[in-house]
Ligand binder design. Structure first.
Ligand code: BGC
Length: 391
């Protein structure tokens, strides 16, 4: 159905007057509260919790906007995306990325990597070691028995430098020193976030090195397209353009095989809700405690979406485009409600999902997987776009 602009205006105005009137009534019972909440526009986490001293460096807070009301907040601490406001099907802004009101809360929830920029190596490296140029590299095992998302103090837990800011884009840079977290080479990296005119957030990564090393950067935002604090993500509708995946062992390290999703609960080649098969009796789901798997993307050249997800309550659709060959689909299986999100709700079990575009987990130990080696003189460059619209 199509509405004219004027028609929509009248409907929105009428709805606002009706709900305002409803709010003015004395509350007879608690059911009056959701009506009030429903009419408010979502907000971003406030600035005041992000001006701290971390590792002797002052941290900062930034807001980007585009011409259509889309807004995003960032901090240079961990180059975190703190919140992302996008319009729902009735034009109301929803915050679709889980975030917290202060750096302390991010520190407390460090092992969940909410909204963080991940590096030097996103996802797992088996038993915390690999060999490069004949030399064994030992990393810190922070996710027994493996290394996860960079080790003891990954890129998510350091203060980045802010290189440039405009109304709609920001670039952070970080020098990861030679042997930091055990990785060889001074790695000079950059991440740029841009809100585009077509309601997308475009994330571009770049890195160079002075020694052969491995790199696999990603963003670890947890999305809830119904708005954070609105319940589980199990009724979100998902489609992946991925015919294969990398099955894992009980420690979530890929076996090395690339197998078809057909006939498994990982088959989202046709749209299905996250919850429709998540409790199936299936060995891979058991190992992941739900979805925690790397999908092998059929095509990853930014010409077509690799994934599309729709929030059942808001109609907000997110399409993902990427140059990366893989996407880690994580259904929030380790969320326990231990943290209070922006807006006051807890980060309960499966109330957010992550779709981390990446090279495959444990690639440094899997020669058959696309290589993550970066050499001096080469430039690591990847792009991922999360694009929003309504259905
Ligand atoms: C991993 C999960 C992990 C989560 C938070 C995801 O990228 O695949 O296994 O629990 O990050 O650490």
């Amino acid at each position: 159905m199509k509405f004219t602009f004027e028609g929509r205006f009248v409907i929105v105005l009428t709805a606002s007057i009706l709900s305002l009137a409803a709010c003015k009534q004395p509350a007879k019972n608690t059911s009056a509260t959701p009506t009030m909440t429903d009419t408010t526009q979502a907000t971003l986490p406030p600035e005041k919790g992000f001006k701290e001293i971390v590792d002797g460096k002052l941290t900062h807070y930034y807001v980007l906007k585009n011409a259509h009301g889309m807004q995003a907040a960032f901090t240079d601490y961990g180059a975190h995306l703190l919140g992302l406001l996008v319009p729902d099907k009735s034009g109301k802004l929803k915050d679709v990325v889980i975030g917290f009101d202060e750096i302390e809360a991010y520190k407390k929830a460090l092992s969940a990597y909410y909204g963080a920029t991940i590096g030097r190596y996103g996802n797992r490296i088996a038993k915390g070691h690999f060999v490069i140029d004949g030399r064994r590299i030992d990393l810190f095992v922070n996710n027994k028995p493996n290394t996860l998302h960079g080790g003891r103090k990954g890129f998510n837990d350091v203060v980045w430098d802010t290189k440039s800011v405009t109304d709609s884009s920001i670039t952070f840079s970080y020098l990861s020193k030679d042997w930091e977290e055990g990785y060889p080479g001074n790695l000079q990296c950059k991440v740029t976030f841009e809100l585009t005119g077509d309601n997308a957030i475009k994330i571009s990564y770049e890195a160079t090195t002075d020694k052969n090393t491995v790199v696999n950067m990603t963003n670890h935002s947890y999305f809830n397209l119904n708005g954070i604090g609105s319940g589980t993500i199990l009724d979100h509708l998902v489609q992946f353009n991925a015919s294969n995946y990398t099955p894992v062992d009980s420690t979530l390290i890929p076996t090395g095989n690339i197998e078809p999703v057909a006939g498994t609960p990982l088959d989202f080649t046709k749209p299905a809700t996250i919850g429709s098969r998540i409790n199936d009796k299936n060995d891979q789901l058991k190992k992941g405690k739900g979805y925690d798997h790397n999908l092998v993307l059929d095509k990853h050249d930014l010409t077509m979406p690799v994934a599309s997800v729709t929030g059942d309550k808001t109609g907000i659709e997110m399409q993902i485009f990427t140059t990366e060959p893989g996407l880690q689909f994580y259904s929030g299986n380790f969320m326990t409600g231990a943290n209070t999100m922006h807006g006051g709700a807890k980060d309960d079990y499966r109330t957010g999902f992550a779709m981390e575009t990446q090279h495959f987990p444990d690639s440094p130990n899997k020669p058959a997987f696309p290589s993550t080696v970066l050499k001096p003189g080469e430039v690591y460059k990847t792009v991922t776009i999360y694009k929003f619209s309504v259905k």
